[in-house]
Design a protein around this ligand. Structure first.
Ligand code: ADP
Ligand code: MG
Length: 226
């Protein structure tokens, strides 16, 4: 479970400061699905980075299962991230010189998983995103939708409890967007993930049971009846 209290993030740009997050209180239950929506520059990515322990707040606390991520050493934080949190980004962030299989396996290296098991688990993860025949392909030989599927397999191969996605369909056309969303929603349900997704797309925001609207660093929550 996530518990955020009074989270602020202040960036400095020359002599100006920007309050990307201006006092965010937010609870996300285990297995919950939350969409974060808002205008460009509203603080969506900053909030997701706080949830992922990719950056630290200026003040306030970001607790994951009772542990304040902001208080951890860099080494401990890296460990929490590699074990518990899967990331998917708009730009896929695959390594261009590695095959689909090898890209997925990279997520298991920091966990000390042996080579043979890495191979089996990566193959299973690629199957689970519908890429059974693309193991040996390089990112450049795949469509955007296929590359995003590889990135999703890489995020989930370590069996994290949390999946964080920042505009995961932002680079895809509409039909691909719907395919990837259906895949993500299916994986969320199947694995009981805590799933937080950033989007500026209202059509996607409407699909979520719980919506956090963020504007000028302030969050407003809307719950929908199931
Ligand atoms: N590393 C940074 N340095 C300075 N300003 C930043 C940095 N990251 C984000 N910002 C600023 O913080 C605000 C929120 O940014 P961001 O979280 O990326 O918004 P969103 O994802 O909603 O578009 C913006 O004004 C942005 O310019
Ligand atoms: Mg952003």
């Amino acid at each position: 479970m996530y518990q955020l209290s009074g989270v602020t993030k202040r960036y400095r740009r020359g002599k100006d400061t920007v309050d990307a997050l201006a006092g965010v209180d937010l609870t996300i239950e285990d297995g919950g699905r939350l969409v974060i929506q808002g205008p460009t520059g509203g603080g969506k990515s900053t909030l997701l980075q706080m949830l992922g322990g990719l950056d630290r707040p200026t003040s306030g606390s970001v607790e994951l299962d009772g542990v304040d991520l902001a208080s951890l050493s860099e080494a401990r934080l890296t460990k929490v991230r590699s074990e518990n949190i899967g990331f998917v980004f708009q730009s896929f962030n695959l390594i261009p010189t590695l095959t689909a299989q090898e890209n997925v396996e990279t997520a298991l290296v920091p966990l000390g998983v042996k080579a043979a098991e890495r191979r089996t688990r990566a193959a299973e993860a690629l199957e689970s995103v519908g890429l059974g025949e693309r193991f040996g392909h390089l990112p450049g030989e795949m469509s955007g939708g296929q590359q995003q599927r590889v990135a999703i397999a890489r995020a989930l191969v370590k069996r994290p409890k949390v999946l964080l996605a920042d505009e995961p369909t932002g680079n895809l056309d509409e039909s691909m967007r719907d395919e990837i969303m259906t895949l993500l929603e299916g994986l969320w349900e199947e694995h009981g993930l805590t799933f937080v997704m950033v989007t500026h797309d209202s059509a996607l925001a409407r699909r979520a049971p719980r919506l956090a609207t963020i504007e000028k660093g302030k969050v407003k929550i809307t719950e929908r009846a199931a």
